[in-house]
Design a protein around this ligand. Structure first.
Ligand code: HEM
Length: 329
């Protein structure tokens, strides 16, 4: 049911964008005002969340570790599993961010007949997540060709590598296939596994359907209905140079793509998708575990008015004596 709500919302958004895109008077709203408002919400929202996180006190070093902490010289320390230098922290973070290392170690618990609790490996989630995130990044970078003139060599090189299959015309991008397959796997995992389905919220499905809608509308534009790329590039460059225009050649289908993207951008800072920023700011990941090498004094430590046991005992002495309870003094 939750999945159905989310799917209906995304389909409704796409349908509204498609229909409104046909109304001449609304093209400026859909092509300029909505994307600009969404971008403003994205930048303001992300800045707000990052500022809030950076203002939260982190009085203790709380890195999660799964290795030996650095202590005496004859005890072998795990420089990566329990990093105690900045280089170790950077290496561990890089492996986490680029390869989702902790997800690779993810295990799955299953209750089998007996009853017997069985733990097993679950590499598919890691593979699906990695495939989805990397293809999204590559597609995002390839899209820079719409915003930059001349198109940077890096973007052209990325397009070449991505289209190495050279299937059909227009050439098939491998990342398009990988992204859709990965998203469908991530969706079916939520729906097929009763445990995952139980803990899934509408928001979990919404993000997946929204990104799937974005990808499918892009794929439709590229492989099924050809769109006027020159006109779209004019619109894109107009947006980033603050001189907006919506050429009349820009079709309704592109507005579907743009409105789904605008929804994603505006929704991003207020959703779980903010893990993209959070992973960098997580104190369980970005602090070195050097507690035995260095004394860390809590910088937020301020004098606190305390009420010691001695004071409490003195205050209630008569009552404690009357109740026949023992006294320290
Ligand atoms: C990060 C957000 C975006 C995602 C995930 C995305 C996804 C996609 C995908 C998967 C395709 C299929 C073809 C390909 O991979 O190039 C595509 C095509 C396309 N996208 Fe996007 N898109 C995004 C943002 C945008 C933006 C901001 C624009 C505005 C300029 C845009 C305009 C287009 C156009 C014009 C096509 C058709 C390309 C062609 O015919 O070669 N997309 N998009």
């Amino acid at each position: 049911m939750k999945a159905l709500y989310s799917l209906t919302t995304v389909v409704a958004l796409a349908a509204v964008a498609f229909l409104l895109g046909r109304v001449d008077q609304l093209r400026l709203v859909l092509g300029v005002i909505v994307p600009c408002a969404a971008m403003t919400a994205f930048l303001a929202g992300v800045s707000y969340r990052v500022i809030q996180w950076s203002l939260s006190p982190v009085p203790f070093r709380i890195p999660t570790t799964c290795g030996q902490q650095k202590s005496l010289p004859w005890i072998k320390a795990g420089w990566l599993e329990s990093p105690y230098t900045t280089a170790g922290v950077i290496a561990r973070m890089a492996l986490e961010i680029l390869l989702f290392r902790s997800l690779f170690r993810n295990t799955k618990a299953e209750l089998r007949q007996g009853p017997r609790l069985v733990y097993g490996e679950d590499k598919f989630l890691w593979l699906g997540a990695l495939a989805f995130h990397w293809s999204f990044l590559i597609i995002f970078l390839r899209h820079l060709r719409f915003f930059l003139e001349p198109v940077p060599h890096l973007v052209l090189a990325l397009e070449k590598v991505d289209s190495f299959f050279q299937v059909g015309a227009p050439i098939l991008y491998v990342t398009d296939v990988i992204m859709v397959v990965a998203l469908l796997y991530l969706l079916q995992r939520r729906l097929a596994d009763p445990q995952v389905r139980y803990i899934s919220l509408s928001a979990d499905y919404f993000a997946l359907f929204l990104i799937l809608g974005l990808a499918l509308s892009g794929i439709w534009m590229r492989y099924f209905t050809r769109v006027d790329i020159v006109a779209i590039k004019q619109l894109a460059i107009g947006l980033v140079t603050f001189s907006p225009i919506v050429p009349k050649e820009v079709g309704s289908l592109f507005f579907v793509h743009l409105i789904l993207l605008s929804t994603l951008a505006a929704y991003f800072p207020f959703s779980k998708l903010m893990h993209m920023g959070g992973v960098f700011l997580s104190p369980t990941r970005n602090l070195a575990n050097n507690n035995r090498m260095k004394r860390h004094v809590n910088p937020w430590d301020y004098p606190v008015k305390v009420h010691t046991y001695e004071e409490w005992e003195a205050e209630f002495r008569d009552k404690i004596v009357a109740a026949g309870l023992p006294l320290d003094k």
